[in-house]
Design a binder for this molecule. Structure first.
Ligand code: USQ
Length: 519
């Protein structure tokens, strides 16, 4: 039996393996399996980290390689070089600290666009964050982490190319996209900007990876919103139909196995992620690049151990109508005494994941690099909830902190189904050792604990006017009408609508954890 989830991966997966010999780059994608099992030794590699081995067949597995050291996250490559694009953001900064604390060599790029866009709304991060210079100093002081930062716009390919040559990353985590659906719906200028920044930034990056770091893994942030929420209830598979899916039409039957599933994005921002999906998929096919495309659910929370080490290490936290995600906004509203803004019916079901769990997912993906040409989609959620359940939970936890929280249904400024089934398959992360650890209530409690501190409440008061949504998918700019105000015990979660169904096999793979041993 394997001790770690990634024991059986081999040099084929390792970014240190430089492919040499008779490698036919046209034999990518679909024919990869045949290629990897080829006998006769045509394919050889050189190991960047172990040049003394000379040329050899790429068959050493991680459990045999001294460079892949055991940790509680599985085997991790010693001093692995990770480049985070968008390192100044909510996720980027959190991941930088997490990886730094685990011994990765962390470098990062940002152009501070997020700070500017939030300022454009008249808002700011309600959790105070320092300049990048000060953040890097604090990371060194409190966690002894060195971060190699460069201010670069990912659309500037020349500068990005120079940095890639300097750093030679083995993993690139791409968080440098505009993450907001409402921002992309403000007007034509905003929609065009979002799509240009996101789609062309990623497309340019793919060409640079081909030319400079073809062995690196691209971990690209997509979104569960790429799939939409099919009214038929068809499960949302991980990017592709499973082998036994069939299409029936006119009395005839075809296999759908291995075909990309349909996408039905819900804003021009979500469309940009769909376009990225195709561009990354193609680059893996054409050039043997390797990628995990992460369909992340709605993220929430404030906590990781590293962020909590000192106030100077905290990550940003937005609550305005453009950049605040729903759980984060609800907690802010509860503290400000604004009834929680449920859009429309409140029967919408979404996949959610806490910040801390999302970071663990990233470490798991980094620990399991794909093979050349492999493009794998992972659905990154840890629970499915109705929005009204989220509102009720925030109100109930808020009561523990002494807040009397009301819930309001308001007109929905978005165009989205408000009553729909949702069935999600999320197998790829558990197979790589991920187990959700943070419950919704626990993280909401941590959020109240942090956000109700005096200095943050003062900042919340300052951005109060940016909370009520005024960006309509129709193009209108007006306050929505209130449809009803409720106390939490009047919210009946089980009444009406559907229940989310999540397929997440947590027992299928043995996961070794040092904590288990310590118990
Ligand atoms: N919603 C409310 N009240 C609010 C804010 C939102 O009812 O005050 C509703 C929205 O109508 C929507 C749901 O909550 O049905 C989620 O909205 P959101 O603003 O939290 O998230 P969304 O716009 O879907 O986008 C966010 C991130 C995005 C990421 C996405 C994951 O901003 O980057 O891609 O979550 S997902 O939703 O799974 O597509």
């Amino acid at each position: 039996m394997n001790t770690y989830h990634n024991d059986r991966l081999t040099c084929w997966n390792c970014p240190s393996a430089i492919l040499r010999g008779n490698v036919d780059f046209r034999a990518c994608g679909q024919s990869m399996r045949r290629f990897t099992s080829m006998e006769g030794g045509d394919v050889v590699i050189e190991c960047e980290r172990r040049p003394e081995l000379g040329h050899f067949e790429p068959t050493i597995n991680f459990s045999e390689c001294p460079q892949w050291k055991p940790t509680k996250y599985g085997r991790l490559l010693d001093n692995m070089r990770v480049l985070i694009l968008g390192i100044d953001g909510y996720l980027g900064w959190t991941l930088a600290l997490k990886l730094g604390a685990l011994g990765f060599e962390v470098s990062g790029v940002d152009n501070f666009l997020r700070r500017r866009m939030v300022r454009e709304k008249g808002s700011m991060s309600v959790v105070p964050i320092a300049s990048m210079e000060e953040r890097i100093k604090a990371a060194k002081k409190y966690l002894d982490i060195d971060i190699n930062f460069r201010k670069i716009d990912v659309l500037n390919r020349d500068k990005l190319a120079d940095f890639l040559k300097e750093v030679k990353p083995e993993v690139i985590v791409h968080y440098a996209e505009v993450p907001s659906a409402p921002y992309s719906m403000v007007d034509a200028d905003h929609a065009i900007f979002v799509q240009k920044n996101n789609v062309l930034g990623t497309l340019g990056l793919l060409f640079l990876m081909r030319d400079i770091v073809p062995e690196a893994t691209l971990i690209k942030l997509g979104t569960m919103g790429e799939y939409g929420a099919p009214l038929t209830g068809r499960p949302l598979f991980e990017g592709f139909f499973p082998a036994d899916a069939v299409l029936l039409w006119n009395g005839r039957e075809w296999s759908l196995g291995g075909e990309m599933t349909p996408r039905d994005p819900v804003s021009f921002y979500h469309v940009s992620k769909v376009q990225d999906t195709f561009n990354v998929y193609e680059a893996c096919k054409y050039w043997w690049l390797r990628s995990y495309d992460v369909m992340q659910g709605v993220i929430y929370g404030v906590h990781t151990d590293e962020l909590a080490t000192d106030d100077k290490l905290r990550t940003r936290f937005d609550v305005d109508e453009w950049f605040g995600t729903v759980v984060n906004r609800f907690v802010a509203q509860a503290i400000l005494g604004i009834p929680l803004t449920l859009y429309g019916e409140g029967e919408q079901i979404r996949g959610f994941i806490a910040l801390e769990d999302a970071m663990e997912c990233m470490v798991r993906l980094i620990s399991s690099p794909p093979e050349p040409g492999q493009y794998t989609v992972v659905n990154q959620v840890s629970g499915l909830y109705k929005l009204k359940t989220i509102a009720k939970t925030v109100a109930e936890v808020g009561a523990e902190f002494g807040f009397d929280v009301k819930i309001q249904r308001i007109e929905n400024p978005r165009v989205e189904s408000e009553v729909h089934p949702l069935e999600v398959v999320a197998e790829n992360l558990p197979e790589r050792g991920f187990r959700p650890r943070v419950s919704l209530e626990r993280e909401i409690r941590r959020m109240f604990d942090l956000l109700s501190r005096k200095h943050i409440v003062r900042r919340l008061e300052k951005v109060k006017d940016t909370i009520i949504p005024r960006t309509w998918w129709s193009g209108d700019k007006r306050d929505p009408k209130v449809l009803g105000v409720y106390s939490p015990d009047e919210v009946r979660e089980e009444e009406g609508g559907f229940r989310g169904i999540l397929h997440m096999p947590l027992d299928s793979v043995f996961v070794y954890r040092w904590e288990d041993e310590e118990k």
